[in-house]
Design a protein around this ligand. Structure first.
Ligand code: SAM
Ligand code: DTB
Ligand code: SF4
Length: 337
Protein backbone atom coordinates (compact mmCIF):
# COMPACT_ATOMS: atom_id res chain seq x y z
CA UNK A 1 0.00 0.00 0.00
CA UNK A 2 1.10 3.56 -0.63
CA UNK A 3 1.93 5.82 2.26
CA UNK A 4 0.78 9.44 2.35
CA UNK A 5 4.20 10.75 1.22
CA UNK A 6 4.43 8.72 -2.00
CA UNK A 7 2.98 10.02 -5.27
CA UNK A 8 -0.22 8.10 -5.98
CA UNK A 9 0.08 5.55 -8.77
CA UNK A 10 -1.29 6.35 -12.22
CA UNK A 11 -0.21 3.03 -13.74
CA UNK A 12 -3.04 0.82 -12.50
CA UNK A 13 -3.92 -1.97 -14.88
CA UNK A 14 -7.48 -3.04 -15.55
CA UNK A 15 -6.59 -6.50 -14.23
CA UNK A 16 -5.44 -5.03 -10.92
CA UNK A 17 -8.65 -3.05 -10.56
CA UNK A 18 -10.76 -6.06 -11.54
CA UNK A 19 -8.94 -8.02 -8.84
CA UNK A 20 -9.90 -5.37 -6.26
CA UNK A 21 -13.56 -5.66 -7.26
CA UNK A 22 -13.28 -9.46 -6.97
CA UNK A 23 -11.90 -9.45 -3.41
CA UNK A 24 -14.01 -10.92 -0.62
CA UNK A 25 -16.05 -7.94 0.63
CA UNK A 26 -14.35 -7.92 4.05
CA UNK A 27 -10.88 -7.85 2.50
CA UNK A 28 -11.86 -5.04 0.13
CA UNK A 29 -13.31 -2.97 3.00
CA UNK A 30 -10.21 -3.60 5.14
CA UNK A 31 -7.91 -2.40 2.36
CA UNK A 32 -10.12 0.62 1.64
CA UNK A 33 -10.23 1.62 5.34
CA UNK A 34 -6.47 1.21 5.72
CA UNK A 35 -5.88 3.35 2.62
CA UNK A 36 -8.38 5.91 3.82
CA UNK A 37 -6.77 6.25 7.25
CA UNK A 38 -3.27 6.60 5.76
CA UNK A 39 -4.36 9.63 3.74
CA UNK A 40 -7.35 11.27 5.44
CA UNK A 41 -8.69 12.01 8.89
CA UNK A 42 -11.05 9.21 9.83
CA UNK A 43 -14.70 10.05 10.48
CA UNK A 44 -14.59 13.47 8.81
CA UNK A 45 -16.93 14.12 5.89
CA UNK A 46 -16.86 17.15 3.63
CA UNK A 47 -20.21 18.91 3.07
CA UNK A 48 -20.93 20.39 -0.37
CA UNK A 49 -24.12 21.97 -1.67
CA UNK A 50 -25.44 22.01 -5.22
CA UNK A 51 -27.48 24.61 -7.02
CA UNK A 52 -28.81 24.42 -10.56
CA UNK A 53 -28.02 27.94 -11.83
CA UNK A 54 -29.39 27.21 -15.31
CA UNK A 55 -31.95 24.45 -15.54
CA UNK A 56 -33.22 22.38 -18.47
CA UNK A 57 -33.22 22.63 -22.26
CA UNK A 58 -29.75 21.11 -22.68
CA UNK A 59 -28.85 20.09 -26.26
CA UNK A 60 -26.87 17.03 -25.09
CA UNK A 61 -28.56 13.62 -24.98
CA UNK A 62 -27.14 12.10 -21.77
CA UNK A 63 -29.45 9.12 -21.17
CA UNK A 64 -29.66 9.65 -17.40
CA UNK A 65 -30.42 13.36 -17.35
CA UNK A 66 -33.76 15.12 -16.75
CA UNK A 67 -32.33 18.30 -18.26
CA UNK A 68 -31.67 17.00 -21.75
CA UNK A 69 -34.04 18.58 -24.29
CA UNK A 70 -34.46 15.00 -25.57
CA UNK A 71 -35.85 13.77 -22.24
CA UNK A 72 -39.61 13.65 -21.90
CA UNK A 73 -39.73 15.31 -18.47
CA UNK A 74 -41.95 18.10 -17.17
CA UNK A 75 -38.88 20.27 -16.52
CA UNK A 76 -39.10 23.63 -18.30
CA UNK A 77 -35.99 25.33 -19.63
CA UNK A 78 -34.96 28.34 -17.56
CA UNK A 79 -32.49 31.18 -18.04
CA UNK A 80 -29.27 31.65 -16.07
CA UNK A 81 -30.19 32.73 -12.53
CA UNK A 82 -29.47 36.22 -11.21
CA UNK A 83 -26.17 36.57 -9.40
CA UNK A 84 -27.90 37.88 -6.24
CA UNK A 85 -30.23 34.87 -6.04
CA UNK A 86 -27.30 32.47 -6.47
CA UNK A 87 -25.35 34.20 -3.71
CA UNK A 88 -28.36 34.18 -1.37
CA UNK A 89 -28.57 30.43 -1.87
CA UNK A 90 -24.82 30.07 -1.21
CA UNK A 91 -25.15 32.06 2.02
CA UNK A 92 -27.96 29.73 3.13
CA UNK A 93 -25.81 26.69 2.38
CA UNK A 94 -22.93 28.17 4.33
CA UNK A 95 -25.20 28.88 7.31
CA UNK A 96 -26.21 25.21 7.19
CA UNK A 97 -22.53 24.24 7.50
CA UNK A 98 -21.62 23.60 3.87
CA UNK A 99 -18.03 24.12 2.82
CA UNK A 100 -18.30 24.06 -0.95
CA UNK A 101 -20.90 25.56 -3.27
CA UNK A 102 -21.29 23.78 -6.61
CA UNK A 103 -23.12 25.61 -9.38
CA UNK A 104 -24.41 23.51 -12.28
CA UNK A 105 -25.65 24.66 -15.67
CA UNK A 106 -27.47 22.58 -18.29
CA UNK A 107 -25.28 23.66 -21.16
CA UNK A 108 -23.23 21.84 -23.78
CA UNK A 109 -20.77 24.68 -23.15
CA UNK A 110 -21.00 28.21 -21.74
CA UNK A 111 -21.20 31.18 -24.13
CA UNK A 112 -18.61 33.90 -23.69
CA UNK A 113 -21.42 36.37 -22.95
CA UNK A 114 -22.27 34.33 -19.80
CA UNK A 115 -18.79 34.73 -18.36
CA UNK A 116 -19.21 38.09 -16.56
CA UNK A 117 -22.13 36.72 -14.49
CA UNK A 118 -20.25 33.47 -13.80
CA UNK A 119 -17.23 35.46 -12.63
CA UNK A 120 -19.42 37.46 -10.22
CA UNK A 121 -20.88 34.22 -8.84
CA UNK A 122 -17.42 32.76 -8.22
CA UNK A 123 -16.19 35.94 -6.54
CA UNK A 124 -19.32 36.15 -4.39
CA UNK A 125 -19.12 32.53 -3.23
CA UNK A 126 -15.46 32.94 -2.31
CA UNK A 127 -16.21 36.18 -0.46
CA UNK A 128 -18.51 34.08 1.76
CA UNK A 129 -15.49 31.94 2.67
CA UNK A 130 -16.74 28.93 0.71
CA UNK A 131 -14.96 26.92 -1.96
CA UNK A 132 -16.46 27.51 -5.39
CA UNK A 133 -17.21 24.77 -7.90
CA UNK A 134 -18.86 24.96 -11.31
CA UNK A 135 -20.04 22.43 -13.85
CA UNK A 136 -20.95 24.10 -17.13
CA UNK A 137 -20.15 21.52 -19.82
CA UNK A 138 -17.23 21.75 -22.24
CA UNK A 139 -14.77 24.63 -21.89
CA UNK A 140 -12.27 26.22 -24.22
CA UNK A 141 -8.82 27.00 -22.86
CA UNK A 142 -9.70 30.71 -22.74
CA UNK A 143 -12.87 30.04 -20.78
CA UNK A 144 -11.04 27.81 -18.30
CA UNK A 145 -8.42 30.52 -17.78
CA UNK A 146 -11.12 33.18 -17.26
CA UNK A 147 -12.81 31.04 -14.60
CA UNK A 148 -9.43 30.36 -12.98
CA UNK A 149 -8.63 34.08 -12.91
CA UNK A 150 -11.95 34.69 -11.14
CA UNK A 151 -10.78 32.27 -8.44
CA UNK A 152 -12.78 29.13 -9.33
CA UNK A 153 -11.54 26.40 -6.97
CA UNK A 154 -13.04 23.29 -8.66
CA UNK A 155 -14.53 22.32 -12.00
CA UNK A 156 -16.79 19.26 -12.18
CA UNK A 157 -16.74 17.37 -15.46
CA UNK A 158 -17.55 13.66 -15.25
CA UNK A 159 -16.38 10.85 -17.51
CA UNK A 160 -19.48 9.02 -16.23
CA UNK A 161 -18.62 5.46 -17.31
CA UNK A 162 -16.02 3.31 -19.08
CA UNK A 163 -14.73 4.52 -22.46
CA UNK A 164 -16.42 1.49 -24.14
CA UNK A 165 -19.81 2.19 -22.58
CA UNK A 166 -19.78 5.95 -23.17
CA UNK A 167 -21.51 5.82 -26.56
CA UNK A 168 -24.38 3.76 -25.07
CA UNK A 169 -25.15 6.59 -22.65
CA UNK A 170 -24.37 9.77 -24.63
CA UNK A 171 -24.08 10.25 -28.38
CA UNK A 172 -23.76 14.03 -28.72
CA UNK A 173 -20.13 14.10 -27.53
CA UNK A 174 -17.26 11.66 -27.09
CA UNK A 175 -15.23 10.38 -24.18
CA UNK A 176 -12.27 12.22 -25.71
CA UNK A 177 -14.24 15.53 -25.62
CA UNK A 178 -14.52 15.02 -21.86
CA UNK A 179 -10.77 14.36 -21.50
CA UNK A 180 -9.99 17.47 -23.59
CA UNK A 181 -11.96 19.76 -21.26
CA UNK A 182 -10.42 18.08 -18.21
CA UNK A 183 -6.99 18.89 -19.63
CA UNK A 184 -7.92 22.55 -20.19
CA UNK A 185 -9.21 22.77 -16.61
CA UNK A 186 -6.06 21.18 -15.20
CA UNK A 187 -3.80 23.40 -17.36
CA UNK A 188 -5.63 26.51 -16.13
CA UNK A 189 -4.77 25.52 -12.55
CA UNK A 190 -8.33 24.69 -11.42
CA UNK A 191 -8.81 21.62 -9.20
CA UNK A 192 -10.55 18.78 -11.00
CA UNK A 193 -13.75 17.10 -9.82
CA UNK A 194 -14.41 14.08 -12.03
CA UNK A 195 -16.35 10.88 -11.51
CA UNK A 196 -19.43 9.22 -12.87
CA UNK A 197 -22.51 7.11 -12.41
CA UNK A 198 -23.00 3.48 -11.54
CA UNK A 199 -26.26 1.61 -11.81
CA UNK A 200 -26.97 2.53 -15.44
CA UNK A 201 -27.23 -1.14 -16.43
CA UNK A 202 -23.47 -1.26 -17.12
CA UNK A 203 -21.40 -4.40 -16.54
CA UNK A 204 -18.89 -5.00 -13.74
CA UNK A 205 -16.23 -4.67 -16.44
CA UNK A 206 -17.56 -1.18 -17.26
CA UNK A 207 -17.25 -0.20 -13.60
CA UNK A 208 -13.67 -1.49 -13.65
CA UNK A 209 -12.99 0.51 -16.83
CA UNK A 210 -14.56 3.63 -15.31
CA UNK A 211 -12.34 3.50 -12.21
CA UNK A 212 -9.36 2.60 -14.41
CA UNK A 213 -9.89 5.67 -16.62
CA UNK A 214 -9.91 7.94 -13.54
CA UNK A 215 -7.03 6.26 -11.71
CA UNK A 216 -4.75 6.38 -14.75
CA UNK A 217 -5.13 10.13 -15.30
CA UNK A 218 -1.63 11.59 -14.93
CA UNK A 219 -2.92 13.63 -12.02
CA UNK A 220 -5.85 12.12 -10.11
CA UNK A 221 -8.95 14.32 -9.78
CA UNK A 222 -8.96 16.05 -6.40
CA UNK A 223 -12.64 15.11 -6.05
CA UNK A 224 -14.24 11.93 -7.35
CA UNK A 225 -18.05 11.95 -7.24
CA UNK A 226 -19.58 8.49 -7.42
CA UNK A 227 -23.27 8.81 -8.31
CA UNK A 228 -25.79 6.01 -8.13
CA UNK A 229 -28.25 6.47 -10.99
CA UNK A 230 -31.46 8.21 -9.97
CA UNK A 231 -33.87 6.69 -12.48
CA UNK A 232 -35.93 9.65 -13.71
CA UNK A 233 -39.14 9.00 -15.64
CA UNK A 234 -38.93 10.31 -19.20
CA UNK A 235 -35.15 9.79 -19.48
CA UNK A 236 -33.84 6.90 -21.60
CA UNK A 237 -32.18 5.16 -18.65
CA UNK A 238 -34.89 5.95 -16.13
CA UNK A 239 -37.53 4.39 -18.37
CA UNK A 240 -35.33 1.43 -19.25
CA UNK A 241 -34.68 0.62 -15.59
CA UNK A 242 -38.32 1.10 -14.65
CA UNK A 243 -39.06 -1.76 -17.07
CA UNK A 244 -36.23 -3.96 -15.76
CA UNK A 245 -35.95 -3.22 -12.03
CA UNK A 246 -33.55 -6.14 -11.61
CA UNK A 247 -30.98 -4.10 -13.54
CA UNK A 248 -30.78 -1.69 -10.56
CA UNK A 249 -27.40 -1.94 -8.87
CA UNK A 250 -27.28 -3.45 -5.41
CA UNK A 251 -25.73 -1.48 -2.58
CA UNK A 252 -22.85 -3.91 -2.05
CA UNK A 253 -21.73 -3.52 -5.68
CA UNK A 254 -22.06 0.26 -5.35
CA UNK A 255 -19.88 0.14 -2.21
CA UNK A 256 -17.31 -1.99 -4.05
CA UNK A 257 -17.03 0.80 -6.63
CA UNK A 258 -16.49 3.38 -3.89
CA UNK A 259 -13.81 1.17 -2.31
CA UNK A 260 -12.02 0.74 -5.65
CA UNK A 261 -11.99 4.52 -6.08
CA UNK A 262 -10.59 5.00 -2.58
CA UNK A 263 -7.83 2.40 -2.98
CA UNK A 264 -6.70 3.48 -6.45
CA UNK A 265 -6.96 7.27 -5.81
CA UNK A 266 -5.87 7.45 -2.17
CA UNK A 267 -5.54 11.21 -1.86
CA UNK A 268 -8.76 12.18 -3.62
CA UNK A 269 -11.95 13.16 -1.84
CA UNK A 270 -14.47 10.49 -2.83
CA UNK A 271 -18.00 11.87 -2.87
CA UNK A 272 -21.04 9.76 -2.17
CA UNK A 273 -23.13 11.80 -4.59
CA UNK A 274 -26.52 11.30 -6.25
CA UNK A 275 -28.67 8.41 -5.12
CA UNK A 276 -28.29 8.75 -1.33
CA UNK A 277 -31.97 9.54 -0.96
CA UNK A 278 -32.99 6.03 -1.90
CA UNK A 279 -30.00 4.33 -0.26
CA UNK A 280 -30.41 2.66 3.12
CA UNK A 281 -28.60 4.11 6.14
CA UNK A 282 -26.62 0.86 6.30
CA UNK A 283 -25.62 1.23 2.63
CA UNK A 284 -24.43 4.78 3.26
CA UNK A 285 -22.53 3.62 6.37
CA UNK A 286 -20.74 0.99 4.27
CA UNK A 287 -19.90 3.63 1.64
CA UNK A 288 -18.29 5.81 4.34
CA UNK A 289 -16.38 2.76 5.61
CA UNK A 290 -15.26 2.13 2.02
CA UNK A 291 -13.64 5.57 2.01
CA UNK A 292 -16.31 8.02 0.88
CA UNK A 293 -15.58 11.27 2.70
CA UNK A 294 -17.75 13.87 1.00
CA UNK A 295 -21.50 14.31 0.41
CA UNK A 296 -24.00 16.74 -1.04
CA UNK A 297 -26.12 18.25 1.70
CA UNK A 298 -29.57 19.81 1.62
CA UNK A 299 -32.94 18.74 0.26
CA UNK A 300 -32.08 19.05 -3.44
CA UNK A 301 -29.39 18.05 -5.88
CA UNK A 302 -29.93 19.75 -9.27
CA UNK A 303 -33.44 18.67 -10.25
CA UNK A 304 -34.07 15.78 -7.84
CA UNK A 305 -34.46 15.28 -4.10
CA UNK A 306 -31.49 14.67 -1.80
CA UNK A 307 -31.35 12.89 1.56
CA UNK A 308 -31.85 16.18 3.47
CA UNK A 309 -30.13 17.79 6.44
CA UNK A 310 -32.18 16.22 9.23
CA UNK A 311 -31.64 12.67 7.96
CA UNK A 312 -27.94 13.44 7.49
CA UNK A 313 -27.60 14.90 10.99
CA UNK A 314 -29.20 11.77 12.44
CA UNK A 315 -26.93 9.50 10.39
CA UNK A 316 -23.80 11.47 11.32
CA UNK A 317 -24.81 11.17 14.99
CA UNK A 318 -25.41 7.45 14.67
CA UNK A 319 -22.09 6.85 12.89
CA UNK A 320 -19.96 9.33 14.86
CA UNK A 321 -19.11 11.36 11.74
CA UNK A 322 -18.22 15.04 11.85
CA UNK A 323 -18.24 17.68 9.09
CA UNK A 324 -14.79 18.29 7.69
CA UNK A 325 -13.75 21.91 7.93
CA UNK A 326 -11.40 22.26 5.01
CA UNK A 327 -8.76 24.84 4.41
CA UNK A 328 -7.33 27.45 6.75
CA UNK A 329 -9.72 30.33 5.85
CA UNK A 330 -12.68 28.03 6.62
CA UNK A 331 -11.15 27.00 9.95
CA UNK A 332 -10.58 30.67 10.84
CA UNK A 333 -14.18 31.53 9.95
CA UNK A 334 -15.52 28.64 12.00
CA UNK A 335 -13.38 29.65 14.98
CA UNK A 336 -14.60 33.25 14.78
CA UNK A 337 -18.26 32.24 14.98
N1 SAM B 1 -24.08 19.85 -17.90
C1 SAM B 1 -22.91 19.59 -17.17
C2 SAM B 1 -22.22 18.34 -17.60
O1 SAM B 1 -22.89 17.38 -17.96
O2 SAM B 1 -21.00 18.29 -17.51
C3 SAM B 1 -23.11 19.56 -15.70
C4 SAM B 1 -24.32 18.99 -15.02
S1 SAM B 1 -24.54 17.24 -15.04
C5 SAM B 1 -26.16 17.15 -14.42
C6 SAM B 1 -23.43 16.61 -13.81
C7 SAM B 1 -23.41 15.14 -13.54
O3 SAM B 1 -24.53 14.76 -12.77
C8 SAM B 1 -23.45 14.18 -14.69
O4 SAM B 1 -22.20 14.05 -15.31
C9 SAM B 1 -23.85 12.89 -14.02
O5 SAM B 1 -22.72 12.17 -13.57
C10 SAM B 1 -24.67 13.35 -12.82
N2 SAM B 1 -26.10 13.03 -13.00
C11 SAM B 1 -26.97 13.66 -13.82
N3 SAM B 1 -28.19 13.06 -13.77
C12 SAM B 1 -28.08 12.02 -12.91
C13 SAM B 1 -28.97 11.00 -12.46
N4 SAM B 1 -30.22 10.92 -12.89
N5 SAM B 1 -28.52 10.09 -11.56
C14 SAM B 1 -27.24 10.16 -11.13
N6 SAM B 1 -26.36 11.08 -11.52
C15 SAM B 1 -26.75 11.99 -12.41
C1 DTB C 1 -22.02 15.01 -9.81
O1 DTB C 1 -21.21 14.09 -10.09
N1 DTB C 1 -23.22 14.82 -9.29
C2 DTB C 1 -23.92 16.08 -9.14
C3 DTB C 1 -22.83 17.11 -9.54
N2 DTB C 1 -21.77 16.29 -10.01
C4 DTB C 1 -23.14 18.22 -10.46
C5 DTB C 1 -25.20 16.15 -9.89
C6 DTB C 1 -26.18 15.06 -9.51
C7 DTB C 1 -27.44 15.27 -10.28
C8 DTB C 1 -28.50 14.29 -9.92
C9 DTB C 1 -29.71 14.44 -10.75
C10 DTB C 1 -30.45 15.74 -10.63
O2 DTB C 1 -30.68 16.25 -9.49
O3 DTB C 1 -30.87 16.27 -11.67
FE1 SF4 D 1 -26.84 18.46 -20.40
FE2 SF4 D 1 -25.18 17.87 -18.38
FE3 SF4 D 1 -27.68 16.88 -18.44
FE4 SF4 D 1 -25.86 16.00 -20.16
S1 SF4 D 1 -25.77 15.79 -17.93
S2 SF4 D 1 -27.99 16.57 -20.67
S3 SF4 D 1 -24.68 17.85 -20.57
S4 SF4 D 1 -27.13 19.00 -18.23
Amino acid sequence: MQNSGAEPRSDWTRAEIAALFDLPFGDLMFLAQATHRAHHTANEVQLCTLLSIKTGGCPEDCGYCSQSAKADTALKAEKLMDVAAVLASAAEARAAGSQRFCMGAAWRNPKDRDLPALVEMIEGVRALGMESCMTLGMLTGDQARALAAAGLDYYNHNIDTSPENYGNVITTRTFQDRLDTLEEVRAAGINVCCGGIVGMGETRDDRVGFIHALATLAHHPESVPINSLIPIKGTVLGDMLADTPLARIDEIEFVRTVAAARITMPRSMVRLSAGRESMSDAGQALAFMAGANSIFTGDRLLTTANAGDSRDAALFGQLGLAPLIGDEPMRALAAAE
